[in-house]
Design a binder for this molecule. Sequence first.
Ligand SMILES: [Zn+2]
Length: 190
Amino acid sequence: MTGDTVTGDSRAWRSALLARVIAEIESEIRQAWERFAVGLDVEPDSSEAVELAWLVADDPAAYDWRTVDGAIDRLSCPACGSRLTQGPAACETCEFHHRMRFGAREVDRRHVPPGNEHAVRVASAVARTRHRYSANARVGYELALPDLVAGDLPSTRQAQAGKALINKLTDDECDRVVSFAEVEELARGR
Ligand SMILES: [Zn+2]
């Protein structure tokens, strides 16, 4: 995958690595939705597809999370007019559908620790709706996402140790760091 995929993307990711990983995940999400719609003989960009997308967004437990996120990406929020879940943090309809999406199916890929797919799913959802989270909350997910996609899964102890270091950083630092090594360096001695 080349950097071209993020051209024209107004979102600024904390690192080129994260930008690349998000672009890959968004490509998988798009493909999952298109496969699902085409499998039902629905043209992915038609008005029928919008109706189908609402069915999926309203019943996430019946579908894989990439299909659910692909459906959500097709929808506008009836309350605030933004892309669904991307509206202001105060929009209750966006918040509702953002929370709902976590009910979708998460099937672990082969050769990864059990629970890896759940971690990928949560970290990517946080990164893709990062304005709904505090700087302190989103940094851990965003730094972990590339390793999770590569198949790693930190232990609870490792995750807690990372969180303890992140808690020593200011909000500005949280949004600036590009690696856990940098978090460790900033937190050292505090
Ligand atoms: Zn909204």
